[in-house]
Write a protein that binds this ligand. Sequence first.
Ligand code: PMP
Ligand code: GLU
Length: 398
Amino acid sequence: MHLSDRVRAISPSPTVGIDTRAKEMARQGVDVINLGAGEPDFDTPEFIKEAARQAINEGFTKYTPVAGIPELRRAICEKLERDNGLSYEPAQILVSNGAKQVLYQAYQAVCEPGDEAIVIGPYWVSYTEMVKLAGAEPVVVPTREEDGFVPDPDAIAEKVTPRTRVINLNSPNNPAGSVYPRRALEAIAELAVRHDLWVFSDEIYEKLVYDGAEHVSIASLGPEIKRRTLVVNGVSKAYAMTGWRMGYGAGDRDLIRAMDGLQGHLSHGISSITQRACVAALTGSQEPVAEMRREFDRRRRLVVDRLNAMPGITCPTPRGAFYAYPNVSGLFGRRARGKVLDGSSAVAGWLLEEGRIAAVPGVAFGDDRFLRLSYATAYEAIAEAMDRMASLVAGLER
Ligand code: PMP
Ligand code: GLU
């Protein structure tokens, strides 16, 4: 049977794929340690769950406005003002099923066939596929390990063509853990304004920064850049709410209206119950977020220290998100049970088969020399994974 070129042009999400496989192995009783998906292991804070129970008890179970209930859009405006110094009207906010759907709709809303979108590499796996699904072409501008995975504005400028429509940013970055400094963002903002480009700024890991790193939203750098930026954020990572499915976009009124129109045909408003829970998350105590961040920080130091002690592996210290992104190319050419480790997929496959450790190969993010290990899992499980990995590395044949 026929399948469209559109769906045949994309690859299934490798992060989702590895997570599904690891969870399936765990269900079958295999003691797999899942450092694959970026999903906090914490439970959603109790007061947020309570707001959801209350919504159910009150019968708040009907369709809502497509772009979100007024209380939630207002709570998002207040959050953006409080945390990012950004002032928006509720009409500039769209609530969707996760930041993922916000970004998908944003690309659908601005791209024509043949357009280009600049995606900074290494990149979260879904950006390039979303760009393709909008008929456009992703143009990857890689960052370098030596530069701390911070984008070079000159390298971006070189890739701007008359077909460029969007610059896609993601700070704190998945998978590299970099946090873009204000200086780099100022130069990118200037570039976007000069070339009349949209900026999609995925800030979903905003709350997870370490070592005094400061999260700066590019939209806060002046009215001209704010006008052309879609700020994308959500509750999945900061509030341990991945399964609730809420993300939002804030930006230009016409863009939001277009995305709202699209969403009206695609999925309608998100779960009414989730929306009530999210009002509680955004307006209630932020202490649970701070607590989770502290624990992520502890795990981060463990995983980075342990990885750097393994011969053939170097791991820069990430300053944001919850991923370690070691360079494992020093292992390439070595043999495990006679099989040569010839790339990040071979390394990830070997870790899963021999060590029952799930990790995502760097090739999924556009760089085959790396591996991504999520530290959004229990400290003890990470310690055990590092023990297993260290002994596997020590046992590699020359
Ligand atoms: N952006 C990035 C960089 C991510 O890692 C994720 C993780 N799923 C998302 C967006 C989407 O998050 P969600 O759809 O759960 O809000
Ligand atoms: N964003 C997370 C990750 O990178 C969850 C899976 C996904 O949506 O890609 O692992």
